[in-house]
Design a binder for this molecule. Structure first.
Ligand SMILES: NCCCC[C@H](NC(=O)CCN)C(=O)O
Length: 415
């Protein structure tokens, strides 16, 4: 075994020990976020709690309200010249869902990011031979909405970060799950009110348009690729049965495995929106969210390193092809992966509950989740050490990142 390999093992042990030594503070952090669920862009308490956490940990430079009201940044760097310094990013999410609190376990995402960063710092600050590194923690709000990471990308918050890590609670350990491109769209129909019984023929029914729109999209599914998704709600359907609705509103999510396919689905969906207006005589407004979520650009080398570290800690990564191929969601982390190589693995938290259910909310606040959460943080920090101490591994990551980006560019440009 080479000296470097021995050094890597020692530093990985340090990471695990330091995370274990910080487990009480980390658990309190996670519990405080979990017990005060806040919606996208309204995560003020979570922001303040995380800022306080890093402020009280020595050595961090903390920027509160970093480019966004509820985003933050905490940085720590070893000495040495900035030239050779690798900047390793860890992301924290902390937004909850309406009505069901932390049903996606974002309190645990925050804990993983904080734990991995604290663990990596503790391991490196005591290292005899300096490893030039900057550890950057970014608090990224509103993943469940239009994506705070995308806003932060636009504001340059990821500039200078060489590799980025986060992890997401799930019902199993997975180095990767399909994370697809997604865009929110709001459809508004305008009609004309009249008495629904006395002279309905004099009205223009916006609810009819909404129902036709819903049905148009429901039949579109038969002509969609099986891995595309169209799903939504009628947010406003009218005021009273005897008033022909003159305004209705629907919100839909349109999803395709790659960002290149999304325009194709949008064109088909828009025909559904507009034909409902034609059929009823309504006018229609189609409004897309300011941010489109991109699919995750995968870097297999990062996944391989993470899986190897996770297995040494006992993580049991699923091999269920149905899960690995079909159980997809979206995340604004996808947009980050087109700017910075990164991984977004999933981790078991001691429950078989499904994300976005009240049962998952309970599981995300359960003490039982702590072991699995810290184990994942250790695996992330260990993977960062692989890159820091093995430049050839980082070179492989960058080479692969360049290749997959080129391949995506060609697909997006129809080349
Ligand atoms: N613009 C809507 C984004 C919805 C993102 C959401 N993400 C997840 O559920 C992943 C875990 N948070 C989704 O896929 O619906």
């Amino acid at each position: 075994m080479t000296d470097n390999e021995e050094r890597l093992i020692e530093l990985k042990d340090r990471v695990c020990r330091s995370i274990d030594e910080t487990r009480e503070k980390l658990h309190r952090l996670s519990q405080d976020i979990w017990s005060c669920p806040e919606l996208a862009y309204q995560e003020t308490e979570a922001h303040d709690r995380l800022v306080a956490f890093f402020t009280h940990e020595h050595g961090w430079t903390v920027d509160s309200h970093f480019k966004l009201e509820t985003a933050f940044r905490a940085t720590w760097r070893t000495g040495g010249d900035s030239e050779g310094t690798m900047n390793v990013g860890f992301l924290c999410e902390y937004d909850a869902l309406p009505g069901i609190g932390h049903a996606c376990g974002h309190n645990l995402i925050a804990e993983v990011g904080a734990a991995a960063a604290v663990g990596l710092k503790a391991a490196l600050e005591g290292a005899q031979e300096g490893v030039p590194v900057q550890v950057t923690v970014l608090g990224t709000p509103a993943e469940e909405d239009v994506g705070g990471k995308i806003d932060l990308l636009k504001e340059g918050a990821f500039k200078g970060i060489d590799v980025v890590f986060m992890a997401h609670p799930s019902k199993e350990d997975a180095t990767y799950l399909p994370c697809v491109a997604e865009h929110d769209v709001t459809i508004k129909y305008h009609g004309k009110t009249t008495h629904a019984s006395s002279y309905p023929w004099r009205g223009v029914n916006a609810l009819d348009a909404a129902v036709l729109c819903y049905n148009n999209l429901s039949v579109l599914r038969q002509q969609m690729r099986p891995d595309w998704r169209v799903h939504g709600i009628i947010k406003h359907g009218g005021l009273k049965p005897n008033i022909i609705p003159d305004y209705t509103e629907l919100e839909y999510y349109l999803r395709t495995p790659t960002r290149a396919e999304l325009p194709v689905l949008k064109e088909k969906a828009e025909r559904c929106f507009r034909s409902a207006a034609v059929a009823t005589g309504c006018t229609v407004e189609v409004e897309y969210a300011r941010n489109q979520l991109d699919n995750i650009l995968r870097v297999a080398e990062l996944e391989r390193l993470f899986e190897r570290n996770g297995k040494t800690l006992g993580m049991d990564f699923t091999t269920d092809e149905d899960v690995l191929r079909n159980e997809s969601g979206s995340t604004d982390f996808g947009n980050v992966t087109f700017a910075v190589p990164g991984i977004h693995p999933y981790f078991y938290i001691g429950s078989n509950a499904l994300n976005h259910t009240p049962e998952y909310t309970v599981a995300a606040g359960d003490e039982k989740a702590q072991f699995f959460t810290l184990r994942t943080a250790k695996a992330l920090a260990m993977t960062a050490l692989d890159l820091l101490l093995q430049p050839e591994a980082m070179q492989r990551v960058m080479q692969e990142f360049t290749e997959v980006k080129l391949k995506d560019d060609k697909m997006s440009n129809g080349v």
